[in-house]
Design a protein around this ligand. Structure first.
Ligand SMILES: Nc1ncnc2c1ncn2[C@@H]1O[C@H](COP(=O)(O)OP(=O)(O)O)[C@@H](O)[C@H]1O
Ligand SMILES: [Mg+2]
Length: 296
């Protein structure tokens, strides 16, 4: 039964509940209709945020998990079906990077930072993945594919103004043909990019020890990245700037069979446009890009 936008789940003893710990995260899972669901007990505003950014991801054709708003024994939650249907081994980036701390220490030349522990960044991840998959028969191709998927996720997170750029939120399904899980965990989206809001990211564009604003991090990203990724970033931004928010809300309302209160809608899109336009201003002119390419 769905009531006021929430799927009502009554399970007096939550018999099937299982706790899990994964990387730095823990929580509970429940079984429903033979399927396993991850549960996050959250307040209403976080719940709508997860639903909203899921739709943004779908709009940009970025893989995402599907969230369902639910009330479990009276407590509000957001639940999602386990994306690891075949129960294959998984590793989040936190686990992979921690394992390779010694490797990083042995190669200070590869990791241009004094404090590796705190300074994971896109380049570090690339080196560590190459090492992690060193025995894979097609390691270069595989790491390139994973990096493309990680970059897509990274770009999505930064244009969603996610304040929780966090390596436990990046999971690799680590079977014979490893691939990245769909994106998830959007409850801190929309927060980064507020004026003077320093980032506190685990995952950075480049190694840096200073607190950066969201815009500064994106600028770093643009300074060091391949044109392909820069085009991709601005392609997403151009699509988001013309986004019809009513259409996004209609999709959520269709799913939860409930009309989202106006204050929640306003809150979700507050400053979003403004922030996107700020990033858009960082777009290098094509002349400048050409020059960089010629040098390269
Ligand atoms: N649908 C899902 N399928 C598989 N694993 C999931 C799913 N949802 C969450 N998880 C696991 O649970 C962890 C915590 O979920 P997340 O949404 O990141 O919550 P938190 O806000 O507590 O970080 C994730 O890092 C992931 O390992
Ligand atoms: Mg998380």
């Amino acid at each position: 039964m769905i009531k006021n936008g929430y799927l009502i789940i009554e399970d007096p003893d939550l018999k099937e509940t299982k706790e899990y710990v994964c990387g730095g995260s823990s929580g509970i899972k429940i079984k429903m209709d033979q399927e396993e669901y991850y549960v996050k007990y959250r307040n209403e505003s976080d719940i709508f945020k997860e639903l909203f950014y899921e739709e943004i991801a779908k709009y940009l054709k970025i893989p995402t998990i599907e969230y369902i708003s639910a009330i479990i024994n009276g407590k509000k939650a957001i639940i999602s079906k386990n994306f690891n249907l075949k129960n294959e081994p998984t590793k989040n980036l936190y686990e992979i990077l921690k394992n390779y701390k010694n490797f990083m220490k042995m190669h200070p030349d590869l990791f241009v930072t004094s404090d590796i522990d705190e300074n994971y960044n896109l380049e570090t991840i690339w080196w560590v993945l190459l090492y992690y998959y060193k025995d894979h028969p097609r390691k270069n191709e595989l790491v390139q594919k994973l990096m493309d998927q990680i970059m897509e996720s990274f770009l999505f997170q930064i244009i969603s103004f996610n304040y929780d750029l966090n390596y436990t939120n990046i999971i690799i399904i680590d079977n014979e043909e490893p691939y990245l899980s769909p994106n998830f965990d959007y409850e801190r989206c929309g927060l980064a990019g507020d004026p003077d809001f320093n980032s506190n990211y685990d995952l950075k564009a480049i190694p840096t020890t200073t607190d950066q604003t969201h815009l500064e991090m994106i600028q770093d990203f643009i300074n060091v990245s391949d044109q392909f990724y820069i085009e991709k970033l601005f392609g997403y931004i151009d699509r988001l700037i013309i986004l019809d928010y009513d259409e996004i809300f209609r999709k959520i309302e269709e799913k939860i069979k409930y009309q989202i209160p106006k204050e929640i809608k306003t809150d979700l899109i507050k400053d979003y446009d403004k922030k996107l336009k700020e990033i858009k201003k960082l777009k290098p002119s094509s002349k400048k890009r050409q020059k960089v390419n010629n040098v390269a």
